[in-house]
Design a protein around this ligand. Structure first.
Ligand code: EPS
Length: 390
């Protein structure tokens, strides 16, 4: 099983993650991880911070001569903006300056509940850690997970499926086509017909000093039958994926497969019928011709693509701020305006890919676990042989 922690403030010197459970013998390079870090920085609707940063990962432990050792892997992403925050974010008491306290909590942000919980009279002490800047290093952790999964033919791809109520329709085309389409889209969407309308909506919201949410979709392909388990609540794969997705800043809803639509559809049209034989896509055995379950039944992967979606609320920092209450005076004021993005939904698609990859890699190691890649390969191959005979 993989486990990891992240540390770091948005305007501190760097973000750090320690991952434990990465098997020995896995090839990891910073270049592979950096491609995802660069994707996370893109997307229509991003703000000024992304012009300052060029996120790259530094691997500080657990890798020697390009391969993992089996020991904890430490990853680090530098915050270039730290240059502008040395004193304001200093660890040194001598730099304390109460005149720069933030006291006008933004509705929808962690500002007020965080300040009340941790007894801070400066909201910056909360917003620095609750910032979605933290997702940069989570994407780096996801990069390691993706490397592991790729060895076993598992790919993870994220898309934007809605922006501010404008719904993309997933074309009935092979996954590779959708991936290529999204890669060429500033909104990471697979539906070119709605892209102009989505951008126009973001522009309108920006002009109005407002912000925009949306929906991201992640498709994991090549996942074998049998990850997760029905036997205990915290071993269910869908439950784990939901928690991972929900842990991304600003995510307010998660669905697996047809999700909420299943509640309004008769069972005869929700449940994916089971067939045996050639599936027409080069696989032989049990398969389905529909995938309303999103690749998971009873908390167990069923061999179909895993399809999950997450709803992102609009970012709480509004350039036309909402009414709030000042922490000191308790008087009505306008919320603080921190530099922010109008829309970070495309970035959230990359982050969602990362957290799905981490959960799948963790479940994969739980099932086929071994200390080295070779040992996992032997376990996996013998499982595939067993499945063929099932
Ligand atoms: C982000 C960095 C942040 C924001 C955004 C995401 O940078 P800064 O606060 O310096 O502008 O752009 O974070 C938020 C929207 C938020 O509410 O915290 C990033 O690296 O993704």
């Amino acid at each position: 099983m993989l486990r990891y922690l992240t540390a770091g403030e948005s305007h501190g010197p760097r973000l750090t993650a320690i991952i434990e459970g990465v098997p020995a013998g896995l090839s990891i390079t910073a270049e592979t991880i950096n491609k995802d870090l660069a994707r996370r920085q893109c997307g229509y609707g991003r703000g000024g911070r992304m012009k300052i940063e060029t996120d790259t990962v530094e691997i500080l432990s657990g890798v020697r001569w390009g391969e993992t050792l089996g020991s904890p892997v430490t990853l680090c992403v530098i915050n270039r903006d730290w240059e502008n925050w040395h004193e304001k974010m200093s660890v040194d008491r001598a730099h304390r300056d109460d005149s720069i306290r933030v006291t006008r909590a933004r509705p929808g942000h962690a500002d007020l509940p965080g300040a009340m919980k941790y007894n801070h009279k400066d909201v910056r002490n909360i917003l620095e850690r609750s910032s979605a800047r933290e997702t940069a290093v989570r994407v780096a952790v996801g990069g390691v997970a993706k490397c592991l999964l790729a060895h076993f033919g598992i790919t993870i791809n994220g898309f934007v499926s809605a922006i501010g109520g404008i719904q993309a329709v997933r074309p009935d085309l092979p996954l590779a086509h959708l991936v290529a389409q999204a890669a060429g889209s500033e909104l990471f969407t697979y539906d070119p017909s709605v892209e102009a309308a989505m951008k126009a909506h973001i522009d309108r919201m920006k002009a109005a000093g407002d912000s925009v949410g949306g929906v991201v979709e992640v498709v994991a392909s090549g996942v074998p039958v049998g990850l997760g388990s029905h036997v205990q609540w915290d071993r269910k794969l869908d439950a784990r994926l939901a928690m991972a997705l929900m842990s991304i800043q600003a995510i307010k809803g998660v669905e697996i497969g047809c999700g909420f639509a299943a509640a309004a559809t008769p069972g005869s049209r929700v449940h994916d019928q089971i067939y045996y034989g050639d599936d027409g896509a080069g696989r032989h055995g049990f398969h389905r011709r529909t995938n309303n379950a999103g690749g998971i039944e009873g908390g167990i992967s069923n061999g179909e693509d895993i399809v999950v979606r997450a709803a992102m609320k609009p970012i709480p920092t509004l350039y036309k701020p909402l009414p709030t209450v000042d922490l000191d005076s308790k008087g009505a004021v306008e919320a603080t305006v921190e530099r922010s993005d109008v829309c970070a939904v495309p970035a959230a698609a990359v982050v969602a890919e990362a957290v799905v990859a981490i959960e799948l890699a963790s479940s994969f190691l739980e099932k086929f676990g071994g200390d080295s890649l070779g040992e996992i390969r032997r376990n996996y191959d013998s499982y595939l042989t067993y499945l063929q005979e099932f």
